[in-house]
Write a protein of this length. Structure first.
Length: 224
């Protein structure tokens, strides 16, 4: 017994909690699909929430958000501060669709103010599905564990043909080069990835080149 409750009853309570959790997860998927349907071709931008406005990469992410919108693309981020705010800000200021897929965390601040379509999630894995389903490219600016997690998951999904290949761009060679060197010199050398897997991502420093790669891959921009 636990606190006077028979073990059989405790077991049933736990089963009921699991069942309700499944319903919450399903409901979150349905709400996400409904809220994000009919988006134009979109690009998800990842990066640290700790990046300050004065930072070089904040300014580049803001510029990228603006130029993606000018190329008739929608910008999706995790809805937070730092790089996410910068990309949303550039899209918002350019009059485009600026989406935030925020996550409910105990210490997380409220979503940034440059979002005109906000969807909140309780579960990380549900949010990841939305990023994948509604994005035509991924751009990762310098970030921490969360950014690394998203980058590696996207590369894994493409590598294993679970999703169609599309551009995965690591923006900021000074930051990402040690990571890509480790992939090449450790993972590839050990035979844990194939040589062609090195072509699954681009290492870039230029916003215009980033937009061009995305545009050339998908042909989204109309003739002018």
């Amino acid at each position: 017994m636990s606190d006077g409750i028979p073990e059989e009853s405790m077991y049933m309570l736990h089963n009921m909690e699991d069942a309700w959790r499944v319903f919450r997860i399903i409901a979150e998927f349905v709400e996400g699909f409904e809220d994000l349907k009919n988006l134009p071709p979109s690009v998800t931008v990842y990066g640290s929430a700790r990046t300050k406005e004065s930072n070089f990469y904040y300014q580049k992410a803001r510029e990228l958000g603006k130029k993606l919108v000018e190329d008739d693309l929608c910008v999706i981020t995790g809805g937070g501060l730092g790089i996410m705010e910068a990309a949303n800000r550039g899209a918002f200021e350019a009059g485009g669709i600026s989406v935030g897929c925020s996550i409910e965390l105990p210490m997380e601040e409220k979503p940034n103010p440059y979002i005109n379509r906000l969807v909140s999630f309780r579960y990380f894995f549900v949010r990841k599905v939305m990023f994948v389903k509604y994005s035509h490219a991924f751009v990762a600016f310098p970030g921490g564990f969360g950014t690394l997690d998203e980058v590696c998951e996207m590369l894994t999904l493409i590598q294993t043909n679970k999703i169609k290949q599309f551009p995965v761009i690591l923006f900021g060679s000074e930051y990402w080069k040690p990571f890509t060197d480790w992939i090449e010199n450790t993972l590839l050398k050990a035979g844990n990835i194939s040589p062609e897997d090195m072509d699954l991502f681009h290492l870039l420093d230029d916003v215009d080149e980033t937009v061009k790669i995305i545009h050339d891959f998908h042909g989204n921009r109309p003739s002018k």
